[in-house]
Design a protein around this ligand. Sequence first.
Ligand code: SF4
Ligand code: SF4
Length: 383
Amino acid sequence: MNQTQQSHCLDPDDFGILLKILNEKGYLTVGPTRRDGAILYDVLESMYDLPIGWTDEQEAGIYRLKRRDDNALFGYNVGPHSWKKYLFPSKTKLWSATKKGAGFEIDGEADAPPTYAFIGVRACELHAIQVQDKVFMGGIFQDPIYTGRRQDCLIVAVNCTQAAKTCFCTSMQTGPKVNDGYDLVLTEIIDEARHYFVIESGSDVGADILKELTTSPAEQDDFQAAATHIENAKKQMGRTVDMTDIKDVLYHNYDNKRWEELEKRCLACGNCTMACPTCFCSNVEDVTDLTGEHAERWRTWDSCFTMDFSNIHGGSIRASIGSRYRQWLMHKLATWIDQFGSSGCVGCGRCIAWCPVGIDLTEEVKAISDSEEGDRNGTHQDN
Ligand code: SF4
Ligand code: SF4
């Protein structure tokens, strides 16, 4: 085992010390909290801000919190928030300017973002961050806002030991076990005898932090218990998607009648794109105050479900809701692969739980794959 990979056992009562150490090192610790009937990401001032003893129940169009019969710190799955809330905020001021004489002068630089420590990042979410890394930092142009927030960000990941009915990370090969990209990873073990964490480091920074914690060495039984708990999550996986030839299947089904059928159900509300941890579209808006003395430019999340999104001179090129749903699903599972070399879906299930009418991506893919409508000789068009 090298310096980077260290494995220990941590008492849950000492989890707060980890937060304290991170705060003392200058990190802003953010992670799961219980608020407004959901598990939302917010600042963690102490371990008691975590949803201790709570779990979530999820189904298509359904999300509920429920008490557990134990005091698990991470006994739930993902909520409506994702880490893009911090790395790619929903609203960012790009610049502001104040009138000076006949013209405008750009105001000073914006404050630097905090150095985040993300607490409780799940395997699918880590993959989603890696997908957005490619989008914002992997090309010729690097997004300075995303890069500035991401580069020193510390990741404390948590292996899933349970899965929601909306989860399908095993199909997407993105979970439930965290494999890389973390500084520290924890597996919460609760059995008849004990409640504790197996904690492992994945970077030198993580290994140094681990040395500061009061831990005991992890033994073979602890690794076995962790593996069994993660296996439980695999067994509970609520949904599956057959990803075999998915790109070709979708490309050959541009004219499938399922898109028209979706037209009758989809509200084009855009909830799925807002909740999705990989969706990255944005708009830029200019605003001025009533005096005309002050102007600002903002970047805001956008959604391919709006009419304006595909508005080119003369109107929207995706006038029907069915064509907008098709654009979204095709991008996630087909064109994304051509564009970025991986799927744009990590199987977190948020778009299923948070769709107000319960439209389920896995069900739509299955319906299209099973359908006889597909024109196997069809060609790929972009509208
Ligand atoms: S498309 Fe849905 S399941 Fe896939 S990553 Fe986005 S929100 Fe999660
Ligand atoms: S699929 Fe559901 S969440 Fe997405 S735009 Fe349609 S109604 Fe809204």
